[in-house]
Design a protein. Structure first.
Length: 455
């Protein structure tokens, strides 16, 4: 059963419950009011019997009772029936024409049972509650109009109709609101999910305001689709870039192999070709290693945490850089002593080495390189700065993108894969840290890494 069907069923149940409740209230009201009329008849009937016992024959003495007789009540019809036509002893003040229709009524049995019963009124649109009392010389008929009960019932029915109208309008408004703000957006999300499953990933959901649950669902669904589409774009670009990067050394290898197989290379050219083959194979090996590293980081594999002396690690990275370029000035005075951190030693070393090697590759050997780190109780801040040519603003925002090169020609000739800083960012992110780059053209670049001291 659909949500809309369940909502309709619930609305129907509410309406049936309200109608049943109002019907019960109406029944109980008529029953209570009728019991009150019967109670009045009972009191008057008892008085009539006692009067008959005290004053035998009083009921046939005069058809027009005297003012001091106890049977002259304001809203009762009282008549004496003794063989002939009824002698009216009292009439209701509010309905003086009230005369109960007693045709077909067994007065003797009614007097014996003394049970009130309902009867139509002659020449009137109302009914009456009637009781018959045997007073010896005849039967006295007491009747009281049920118009007050009928009026009360009419008022209750009007009230019930208003209540039903209000309930129906409220249910209709609630159903419309739930349908518009809840059911339709869910159906839209379902349709969009089916479209995405069918390959139409550009479909989006028109959702209500995010203040509603369905609105938040629609927004989350659209956000998920946007993220999925962006991921697919990055993956396609990544595969295309990786294919291109691998195709270049493979083409070189295939070309030199073809030349060697054709016998058109001299001895010196063969040696040069072997060197080129070795160089391209090493570059291809490095690229594959970088791709495997990124794949491992993307899978969120658990890190091998250990306590690391970060100060010593940065000093070792600086020493390795000095070994690569002895003539480059490297400043380690900004490294605080004894900075400890919980991290994966291998991966953190790879990230720092990658950033330093990137600086060595893209700055002249005369450009100063500075390594530093500071810490507080919760975080560690690492800075690696160079005084090289800097990075243009239009390239700075793409610095950590995979295969992105601000200078493609120089990057490829220098042997870089375009994945180093992406790997460094992935490693920092895996440690729940942040990495940022600031650069000014002509002044150099600073890479800042913030890491939590503990896991």
């Amino acid at each position: 059963m659909t949500l809309r069907s369940r909502l309709l069923l619930a609305s129907l149940v509410v309406m049936v419950t309200v109608v049943a409740s109002l019907a019960y209230v109406s029944f109980r009201q008529r029953s209570v009011l009728t019991d009150q009329l019967d109670a009045q008849l009972e009191v008057v009937a008892d008085n009539a019997e006692r009067s008959a016992e005290r004053l035998p024959g009083a009921f046939i003495a005069s058809p027009q009772p005297r003012p001091d007789e106890p049977l002259l009540t304001g809203e009762l019809y009282v008549a004496l029936i003794s063989g002939g036509e009824p002698q009216v002893l009292a009439r209701p003040v509010s309905e003086p024409d009230l005369v109960p229709d007693l045709e077909g009524v067994d007065l003797a049995q009614a007097a014996e049972t003394r049970e009130p019963f309902s009867a139509d009124a002659l020449e009137s649109d109302t009914r009456a509650r009637v009781m018959v009392v045997d007073v010896g010389p005849g039967n006295v008929v007491f009747a009281i109009s049920t118009r007050a009960v009928d009026d009360a019932q009419d008022q209750l029915l009007i009230t019930a109709a208003i209540v039903l109208g209000v309930v129906l309008a409220a249910l209709a408004a609630a159903f419309w609101s739930v349908d518009r703000l809840g059911i339709r957006p869910i159906e839209s999300v379902t349709k969009a999910a089916e479209d995405v499953a069918a390959g139409r990933s550009d479909h989006r959901v028109e959702h209500p305001p995010v203040a509603t649950e369905a609105g938040r669902l629609g927004l989350a669904f659209n956000t998920m689709l946007d993220a999925r589409q962006a991921l697919e774009v990055r993956q396609r670009r990544f595969v295309a870039d990786a294919s291109h990067e691998l195709r270049t050394p493979l083409t070189t290898l295939r070309g030199y192999a073809a030349l060697h197989a054709s016998g058109r290379l001299s001895d010196s050219e063969t040696d040069d070709a072997m060197q080129r083959i070795h160089s391209e194979s090493k570059r291809m090996e490095a690229l594959v290693e970088d791709l495997l590293t990124l794949a491992s980081l993307d899978e969120d594999r658990p890190l091998e945490y250990s306590n690391i002396d970060l100060s010593q690690l940065l000093a070792d990275v600086a020493a390795d850089a000095s070994a690569i370029e002895p003539e480059r000035p490297i400043d380690v005075s900004a490294i605080d002593d004894g900075v400890q951190i919980a991290a994966d030693r291998h991966q953190l070393t790879q990230a720092l080495t990658t950033i330093v090697n990137n600086a060595l590759r893209h700055t002249p050997t005369t450009a100063k390189l500075t390594l530093g780190c500071t810490s507080d109780e919760a975080t560690v801040c690492i800075q690696i700065a160079d005084e090289g040519p800097g990075i243009a603003p239009e390239h700075l925002g793409h610095l950590f993108e995979r295969f992105y090169r601000a200078d493609p020609g120089r990057e490829r000739s220098a042997g870089g894969s375009g994945l180093g800083l992406s790997i460094a960012q992935a490693i920092v992110t895996a440690h729940h840290g942040q990495i940022d780059a600031r650069s000014s053209v002509g002044q150099g670049t600073t890479i800042t890494i913030d890491l939590p001291r503990n896991r």
